[in-house]
Design a protein around this ligand. Sequence first.
Ligand SMILES: Cc1cc2nc3c(=O)[nH]c(=O)nc-3n(C[C@H](O)[C@H](O)[C@H](O)COP(=O)(O)OP(=O)(O)OC[C@H]3O[C@@H](n4cnc5c(N)ncnc54)[C@H](O)[C@@H]3O)c2cc1C
Ligand SMILES: NC(=O)c1ccc[n+]([C@@H]2O[C@H](COP(=O)([O-])OP(=O)(O)OC[C@H]3O[C@@H](n4cnc5c(N)ncnc54)[C@H](O)[C@@H]3O)[C@@H](O)[C@H]2O)c1
Length: 458
Amino acid sequence: MKNYDAIIIGFGKAGKTLAADLANHGNKVALIEQSKYMYGGTCINVGCLPTKSLVNSSKISQYKQFKTFEQKSQFYKEAIADKNKLTANLRTKNFDKLNDHPNVVIYTGKASFVSSYEVKVEMEQETIHLFGTQIFINTGSKAIIPDIEGIHDNKRVYLSDSLLDVTKLPARLSIIGGGYIGLEFASIYANFGSKVTVFQDTANFLPREDDELAAEVKQVMMEQGIVFKLGVITTSLSDNGTEAILHYKDAQSGENMQYPADAILLATGRKPNTEELNLAAARIVTTPKGAVKVDELLRTNIPNIWAMGDVVGGLQFTYVSLDDYRIVREQLLGNGERSTDKRNIPYSVFIDPAFSRVGLSEKEAKEQGFDVKVAKLSVAAIPKAQVIQEPKGMLKAVIDGKTDQILGVTLFCPESYEMINIVKIAMDAGLPYTFLKNQIFTHPTFSEALNDLFGAIQ
Ligand SMILES: Cc1cc2nc3c(=O)[nH]c(=O)nc-3n(C[C@H](O)[C@H](O)[C@H](O)COP(=O)(O)OP(=O)(O)OC[C@H]3O[C@@H](n4cnc5c(N)ncnc54)[C@H](O)[C@@H]3O)c2cc1C
Ligand SMILES: NC(=O)c1ccc[n+]([C@@H]2O[C@H](COP(=O)([O-])OP(=O)(O)OC[C@H]3O[C@@H](n4cnc5c(N)ncnc54)[C@H](O)[C@@H]3O)[C@@H](O)[C@H]2O)c1
């Protein structure tokens, strides 16, 4: 059996960053990744970066104003090739960076626990056992497959990763699930030229978001040509040889209907990747949803084992996984003061325009008893929006009426994914909203709209 100071299971954001750091500090590190197509993890291979490459290409496709579906389809095919080139480069870079490190050994195989210090790795040619003084779980998450008749073995049904490999643009794409993945793919494929329909189980659109902003997003996406079927239950999926058929029922009226498509994307959420880890062998406790249970320092119930990233069942973002690495790193190599307590986590959904939020919505702030002041700004009022001819969307800020602190901001406008980080920093620094209201920003930019948004607070 081979001995290591640290075994890291999963080549995700936290795992690879920790592997390099521990190795740089003289530790012998084993990094285990189950697939040679996943070096670097979800983000660079099948998540954030490939999808954002397609967000960019689909926008270019729009600008090109192709006349025929064949032209759109050809452009899409090239975009998929560009995306594949990008991910292949990133994968190689990620692999080489750690593989070239004298203190790191990468094992390509499926890991599972034998005990709290021993891990089995099932590789292509052999199965080996590793001993680790410390073990870190970073196995990410995987798509939830809903229990719908006909969902398995249907060649026109895809998950987000398998759809990213399809080189033929589907003329009609149906998406089950109107969350982050559902909406990003809807926007991407609509911009490429597919006829997109989203089937969402809840009657509310974006139920976790501010009602006004959710309505604005829906309106803009509908103007993009996307059809929404809300409050519907998908009862079964079938394939008549030339197309897929989605059979669904209106939850309220009970009326049964069917809808044809060339491809169906399942985007109904993701769950922690723990099923194959044999956590019981190490006596690691999980949550009722199957996540590895951790405390605010990301420690499991077993003293030498930590877990980071999607596998702990929190918010599923690459930058959360990165911050999880920082928390663990601080315990091992720093002063141990960093924790998951009071993390203020912003997010962006890369639809067109992007939707970004940090902090509380108006409804949440009121529910928490704040005496709120609210300001809104139409994107059409922003000079830069007129310059680039993209005047759709809305900005909204929620302020604590007693202290002038920013409680939350939602931005639905181009470049909101950059602006939201400015607001997050102001919030973390405890700055009053007047700081952004009176801040000098360059012109013409979307950031300067923060002057006007906060200036509208009465
Ligand atoms: C389509 C899509 C788009 C997304 N877009 C964004 C975005 O724009 N911005 C953002 O911040 N987040 C985005 N996310 C979420 C983000 O990708 C994840 O939150 C993040 O990648 C999780 O990283 P992680 O460190 O937890 O693990 P991962 O990067 O998921 O890595 C886990 C690794 O563990 C491996 N593994 C699993 N089980 C085993 C085992 N038993 N043995 C060995 N290896 C194993 C897996 O193969 C995988 O490579 C997106 C996700 C998806 C699916
Ligand atoms: N830009 C980003 O940061 C980004 C982009 C994509 C994904 N992600 C991450 O990936 C995670 C997973 O994304 P996701 O969209 O799969 O999950 P999600 O939880 O965001 O959305 C799933 C949606 O599917 C709906 N749903 C569930 N079962 C259904 C059914 N049977 N029929 C119809 N609708 C159903 C849910 O009501 C929900 O709206 C996100 O939570 C996010 O953290 C992030």
